[in-house]
Write a protein that binds this ligand. Structure first.
Ligand SMILES: [Zn+2]
Length: 86
């Protein structure tokens, strides 16, 4: 796993999603910000990402605060994300 430097502010889109308790948006400012800070690579295997897969580093099921936590969101490839859920 590479070191991620979040040199941009929490995207407004994420704050809006948190306020409305809605889904994590994957097609706008949030995705573009995470894509930029990860250079469009999976945070686990470091392969190039081909889909808009924003994933939670720490599961948020037992701790809902983590769902909208800016520092908890990165990109993961389909393979790694499936391994995470096993
Ligand atoms: Zn991966």
């Amino acid at each position: 796993m590479f070191n991620v430097i979040r040199d941009c502010n929490e995207p407004e889109e994420l704050l809006n999603a948190k306020e409305s308790n809605g889904p994590i948006p994957t097609n706008g400012e949030l995705y573009e910000s995470i894509k930029m800070i990860t250079n469009n690579h999976c945070y686990l295997c470091e392969s190039q990402i081909k889909s808009r897969a924003i994933e939670h580093v720490q599961a948020h099921k037992r701790n809902p605060v983590l769902k909208y936590e800016w520092n908890n969101l990165l990109l993961a490839c389909t393979y790694c994300n499936e391994l995470k859920t096993i």
